[in-house]
Design a protein around this ligand. Structure first.
Ligand SMILES: Cc1cc2nc3c(=O)[nH]c(=O)nc-3n(C[C@H](O)[C@H](O)[C@H](O)COP(=O)(O)O)c2cc1C
Length: 258
C-alpha cells in the first residue's frame, strides 16, 4: 500500500490551496493508500536553518549548515522537527506539494523546508544525488496556484514562463532522486474577481477539486519532467556537446538569441 506525503505551504487552511490539499488527501485515501501530512504553516515549521537548531555546534565556530546537518545525522542529534520531516519523506513513496506562487517562486516556508528537511547525510550526500539519489523510485508532484493568468504565465508571458519558475524546485526534487511529474498549475486564482468572473473562477476551482481524483489515480502514467542524466555531463560538470539540452537552465549556447 503506497504512502503519500502531502505538503501544504499556505498560511490559511480555508484557502483554495488548503481545499486542494484536502482533495488530494481524499483521493489518496479513496484508493486505499496511506497519507502523511506536513501542513507547514499550521505546524509553525521554522524555515530558517541556523546554529541554534544544533545545540552541540560549538559557539566559537562559524556555522556550517552542511556540516551541521551531516554531523547531527551521524550523532543522532538531528533537530526533532526536522527528524519528523525526514522520517515522513523516507516513509513516503510519493510526495504532493501544494503551494501558491509568491514572488515568482514557492513561498519561503517551502524553500525553508527544503533547506532544513532535505538533510545532508540522510536524504542526500555527495555520492548519492541526481541519478544515484536516495529517493530513486519515488515520485513528486507540484500542485501550484498563480494569481497571473495562463497567458501571462506562458513561455512568452510577461509574468515569466511558469515551467521555468518551478524549475529550481523541480531540480531540488530531482537532486534527491525523485521522478518529478509534470506540475498541475491553476492560474488566475485571487480574490479580486467580481460578478461573472468570480462565478467562472469558482466553477474552475470546483472542477480542479473534482479532477484531483483523476490526477492522483493517474500518478503512475502522468508525464515526468525531463532532466539530463549524470552521464550527459563531462568531468568538469558541463553538458557534453553531443547530449541534448532539455531545459533552458542547462544549455549549449550562453546566449538567449532566438
Ligand atoms: C506575497 C505574494 C506574492 C505573490 N506573487 C505572485 C507571483 O509572483 N506570481 C503570481 O502569479 N501570483 C502571485 N501572487 C498571487 C498568488 O499566487 C495567489 O494569490 C494564490 O495563488 C491564490 O491561491 P489561494 O487562494 O489558495 O491563496 C502572490 C501573492 C502573494 C500573497
Amino acid at each position: 500500500m503506497p504512502t503519500t506525503l502531502i505538503v501544504l505551504a499556505h498560511p490559511e487552511r480555508r484557502s483554495f490551496n488548503g481545499a486542494w490539499a484536502d482533495a488530494t488527501e481524499a483521493a489518496v485515501r479513496a484508493q486505499g493508500d496511506s497519507v502523511l501530512r506536513s501542513d507547514l504553516c499550521q505546524m509553525g515549521f521554522d524555515a530558517v536553518e541556523r546554529a541554534a537548531h544544533y545545540g552541540d555546534w560549538p559557539e566559537e565556530a562559524p556555522f556550517d549548515p552542511l556540516k551541521a546537518q551531516e554531523g547531527a545525522t551521524g550523532a543522532g542529534s538531528t533537530p526533532k522537527d526536522v527528524r519528523a520531516e525526514v522520517d515522513k519523506i523516507r516513509e513516503a513513496d510519493r510526495m504532493v506539494l501544494h503551494f501558491p506562487l509568491w514572488w515568482f517562486a514557492p513561498p519561503a516556508i517551502l524553500k525553508g523546508w527544503f533547506d532544513r528537511a532535505f538533510q545532508h547525510g540522510v536524504l542526500h550526500d555527495v555520492d548519492k544525488r541526481f541519478d544515484t539519489g536516495m529517493s530513486r523510485g519515488k515520485q513528486a508532484l507540484m500542485c501550484v496556484t498563480t494569481g497571473s493568468t495562463a497567458t501571462e504565465s506562458a513561455h512568452n508571458g510577461k509574468e515569466g514562463d511558469i515551467n521555468l519558475l518551478l524549475w529550481p524546485a523541480a531540480y531540488t526534487l530531482r537532486y534527491l532522486g525523485f521522478d518529478v511529474l509534470e506540475p498541475v498549475v491553476v492560474h488566475g486564482v485571487h480574490g479580486y474577481h467580481r460578478g461573472d468572473r468570480e462565478t467562472q473562477l469558482v466553477d474552475r476551482l470546483t472542477a480542479t477539486l473534482n479532477a484531483q481524483k483523476d490526477i492522483i489515480g493517474g500518478f503512475s502514467t502522468r508525464p515526468r519532467l525531463r532532466f539530463n542524466a549524470d552521464d550527459d555531463f563531462d568531468e568538469t560538470g558541463q553538458l557534453r556537446s553531443d547530449r541534448p539540452s532539455v531545459t533552458p537552465f542547462i544549455r549549449h549556447k550562453a546566449t538567449f538569441d532566438e
